[in-house]
Design a protein around this ligand. Structure first.
Ligand code: PGA
Length: 247
């Protein structure tokens, strides 16, 4: 199975022209390495406001959003509906990223978002992960199981839901810290998650770079990666894609 590499641009870059230029540089870089497109699936998740322009660029790169709202329309100032994303040729949507959870997004809200995404036939990338404190006191597995349970309402629901749901294991302490969860440790978590998630893809995210990317796929058996900071540096992101195309 092709590894899936998801670029989460977060609130970057600062202008539309920079976003187009970043996207085009990735697109051009991929063209030079035919192996990448053959062997890797690529998704870019830019800020909402750049989606419509990036959707106009002909490319094999798929688009994803970084969030969505659960209602179809109405009095919800500032929110974006699933259908609006579909209309912008968005195929994927990140749900429950820890940076949103930190701002107050609850598992209840994440559950509604997951449901809305699935109903709209968007492919959700659900982020789960433990904090440093939770890890230190040995609660990692319990936290992850709880998040899955709450986000899906019932953990056995995952089995009955579409395989289009993607899970991203993103230890909170590893995100943007330059301190990734080592592949050996991440693998233990993956094996735990595999007890509940049989068919769905499971990605790793948190300080992924071109040096460690392939290890998560080859050594730890993840189905792909969620890449933040490194996805904004063209050379580094292309190196990640190139390395992962060797699988
Ligand atoms: P990072 O972010 O690669 O910069 O650690 C990953 C993420 O937040 O998805």
């Amino acid at each position: 199975m092709k590894p899936l590499i998801v670029a989460n641009w977060k609130m970057n870059p600062q202008s539309l022209s920079e976003a187009i230029s970043l996207f085009n540089s990735i697109r051009e870089g991929i063209k030079k390495h035919s192996n990448i497109l053959k062997n890797v699936g690529i998704i870019v998740c830019p800020p909402f406001v750049y989606l419509s322009q990036l959707a106009k660029i002909k490319s094999k790169i798929k688009l994803g959003a970084q969030d969505l709202f659960w209602e179809e329309k109405g009095t919800f100032t500032g929110e974006i509906s699933p259908q609006m994303l579909k209309d912008l040729k968005c195929e994927y949507v990140i749900v429950g990223h820890s940076e949103r959870r930190k701002l107050g997004e609850t598992d209840e809200m994440i559950h509604k978002k997951l449901k809305a995404a699935i109903q709209a036939k968007l492919k959700p990338i659900l982020c789960i992960g433990e904090t440093e404190e939770e890890r230190k006191i040995g609660r990692t597995f319990m936290i992850l199981k709880n998040q899955l349970k709450e986000d899906f309402k019932n953990i056995s629901n995952i089995k009955h839901r579409t395989s289009n749901i993607i899970i991203a294991y993103e230890p909170v302490w590893a995100i943007g810290s330059g301190n990734p969860c080592q592949p050996y440790d991440a693998k233990k978590v993956l094996l735990f998650l595999r007890k509940f998630i049989k068919k769905n893809k499971i990605l790793y995210g948190g300080s992924v770079n071109s040096q460690n990317a392939l290890d998560y796929i080859k050594k730890a058996n993840f189905d792909g990666l969620l890449v933040g900071g490194a996805s904004l540096k063209v050379k580094e992101f292309l190196a990640i894609l190139k390395n992962c195309s060797q699988t």
